[in-house]
Ligand binder design. Structure first.
Ligand code: G3H
Length: 258
């Protein structure tokens, strides 16, 4: 049985300018200790304009916190105004990059095909993609959450080889639970996260499926994180709003104490 280190990632979304980001990382660094880093991997996913500052604080102070971006271009370089390439993120020593967050899918029309190209671009540049998948409220009401989410998984992983797939992070985020305070029950989270692992075993092998970390995201807070993390197929959390409060995010990192 593979042991998967939980990944607690704060997705700041479009919050915190670079000065606020420096302060925020410093607050986290004062609070987090070796025991935390031994038990959990901690990452912050910052706006592009913050990344150089976040890198400077994390590397300058030799923090064990990882960092990454919230999106990347599917292209390598060239005339793509406003885009940021995987190579640029790798040059900043980013570890992670989210791909296909529901806000990108909804507000920027990102399709499974584009997400697949972005997953490949991330791997090509040595970044670990956090592929975000999950159903909207209408799909949930119709009871089609598993089929919908697995179709997004299939699309995002199309033609991704096993040796890359086993290092990916999947974030299951039911859209109806994002920023709404409407957290999925631990059983809701397990139903879909378990199905995702089952599908990974079908697409690749049980060995690959057992290595992949599957996060839950959607209104995670210190008060609900422990029950969600107790589920066998949940290996971490992708935290939005609550990650902007350093004290609250540290409590989430310390989910075993809650
Ligand atoms: O990426 C994070 C998710 O969208 C969850 O956001 P939230 O914790 O504010 O609900």
């Amino acid at each position: 049985m593979t042991t998967r280190t939980p990944l607690m990632a704060g997705n700041w979304k479009m919050n915190l300018n670079h000065l606020e980001a420096i302060r925020h990382v410093q607050l986290l660094s004062f609070a987090l200790n070796e025991k935390d880093y031994d038990a959990v991997e901690v990452a912050v996913l910052a706006p592009f304009t913050d990344l150089r500052s976040v890198q400077t604080v994390i590397e300058g102070d030799k923090l064990k916190m990882k960092f990454g971006a919230q999106d990347l271009s599917a292209h390598d370089s060239g005339a793509y105004t406003g885009e940021v390439s995987g190579a640029m993120l790798a040059k900043l020593n980013c570890t992670y990059v989210t791909v296909g967050h529901s806000e990108r899918r909804e507000y920027h029309g990102e399709t499974d095909e584009l997400c697949n190209a972005k997953v490949k671009a991330a791997f090509k540049n040595g970044l670990t993609p956090i592929l975000c998948i999950g159903e909207g409220l209408d799909v949930r009401k119709a009871g089609n959450q598993v089929a919908h989410t697995l179709a997004q998984l299939d699309g995002g992983l199309k033609d991704v080889p096993a040796e890359q797939a086993e290092t990916i992070v999947i974030a299951y985020e039911p859209v109806w639970a994002i920023g709404t305070g409407e957290v999925a029950t631990p059983e809701d989270a397990q139903e879909v996260c378990g199905a995702i692992r089952g599908r990974l075993a079908e697409l690749y092998s049980q060995e690959v499926a057992d290595k992949v970390r599957i996060q839950y995201g959607g209104s995670v807070k210190s008060g609900n994180v422990a029950a969600i993390m107790a589920q066998p197929d949940v290996d971490g959390a992708l935290v939005g709003g609550a990650s902007l409060d350093a004290d609250e995010f540290v409590k989430i990192v310390r989910f075993r104490d809650q």
